[in-house]
Design a protein around this ligand. Structure first.
Ligand SMILES: NC(=O)c1ccc[n+]([C@@H]2O[C@H](COP(=O)([O-])OP(=O)(O)OC[C@H]3O[C@@H](n4cnc5c(N)ncnc54)[C@H](OP(=O)(O)O)[C@@H]3O)[C@@H](O)[C@H]2O)c1
Length: 309
């Protein structure tokens, strides 16, 4: 990486992907600038890491233009709550324009939602990217804006790990630490694939160093199939006590969504989360080689230790 880029700017850096990518890049000797709207949050998240800090809103073209000055790779790691999903294509457009003006490469940290609804497994880059609800279409639109601008788009499975705050796997782990049953969407025996966020950002740093990555999307592999039932066993082994799983069928979650704001916001996505998912990362492997994934036992233990720190 250090050979290809003089300075990398991560926009939306205060989330888990931004934090782990900044650590990975600085560890490889690449100078990094971190950007998000809140200077205070940036200073807290990156204390002692030796990165440059700049506060800017990615919806503000002038501010973002200044924030990316002197950088030759712009990373979009922005995450948005459900009620602001329509900002994804907007920030993507501002970021594409800022990178073009600077003559910088672009990379977007995205998810697999652009491929929903799933038509076949495992999902790879040839899977249809059509249909789906408004949230899915907005994610796809943002990816398309950046692909057209020549970006590398990395499509992550749902992730978990240190620094993660919002995810369908992190939340049950937080509940387990609090001594509550882990809530689970749908059947506890449906296998779904997740990625440990440090693994994902190591692969993203590897990929960014390849010229051939730009203008294409890449499915990022996780650690293989995991069921809710197995997650409860792994959490129980690490915590040294029984961890119960509270699996809820879709009809019950829809009912609960009437009273829970968080669940209501996520409810268009619920049916997709009750189905199996797996990924084929052959395209990524061709460029960066075989990916080392942390086994779930180890990754869940590390996440629980971080949650109980
Ligand atoms: N959670 C999952 O399991 C999962 C799975 C796959 C993919 N993804 C996707 O991966 C991406 C990265 O996720 P993440 O969890 O690392 O991100 P995140 O924590 O949700 O968001 C990262 C940061 O973006 C900043 N931000 C929001 N709006 C901004 C704006 N207008 N200008 C500048 N910064 C802005 C926020 O910081 P400030 O408030 O300080 O601005 C926030 O801390 C997201 O697109 C996410 O949807 C998530």
């Amino acid at each position: 990486m250090s050979g290809l880029f003089q300075r990398v700017v991560i926009v939306g850096a205060t989330g888990p992907t931004g934090i782990h990518l900044a650590r990975e890049l600085t560890g490889r000797g690449t100078p990094v600038r971190v950007v998000s709207r809140s200077r205070e949050r940036l200073e807290r998240a990156f204390a002692g890491l030796g990165v440059e800090i700049a506060a800017a809103d990615a919806l503000d073209a002038v501010a973002l233009g200044h924030a990316v000055e002197g950088c030759d790779l712009v990373v979009d790691a922005i995450g948005l709550p459900a009620d602001r999903m329509s900002d994804h294509p907007r920030t993507a457009r501002v970021m594409a324009a800022a990178a073009a003006k600077e003559g910088a490469r672009l990379l977007q940290v995205s998810g697999y939602w652009a491929y929903l609804p799933v038509r076949r497994l495992p999902v790879n880059e040839d899977h249809p990217r059509s249909g789906g609800n408004w949230m899915i279409r907005l994610r796809r639109e943002a990816e398309d804006v950046l692909l057209e601008a020549g970006a590398a788009v990395v499509q992550l499975p749902d992730f978990f790990g240190p620094d993660v705050h919002t995810s369908t796997l992190q939340r049950p782990l937080e509940e387990a630490v609090a001594g509550r049953p882990m809530s689970w969407i749908g059947s506890p025996d449906v296998p779904r694939e997740y990625v440990f966020v440090p693994d994902a950002m190591r692969l993203v740093a590897d990929l960014a160093a390849h010229e051939e990555a730009y203008g294409r999307q890449f499915v990022v592999p996780g650690s293989g199939p995991l069921t809710g039932r197995r997650l409860a066993e792994l959490a129980g082994e690490e915590l040294g006590r029984e961890v119960r799983l509270r699996a809820a069928p879709l009809w019950l979650l829809r009912l609960l969504a009437l009273v829970s704001r968080d669940l209501r916001a996520f409810s268009p996505m619920l049916p997709h989360y009750a189905r199996p998912i797996s990924f084929d990362a052959g395209r990524l492997r061709e460029l960066v080689g075989e990916a080392e994934a942390t086994p779930y036992g180890e990754a869940v233990a590390a996440t629980l230790r971080w949650l109980t720190r």
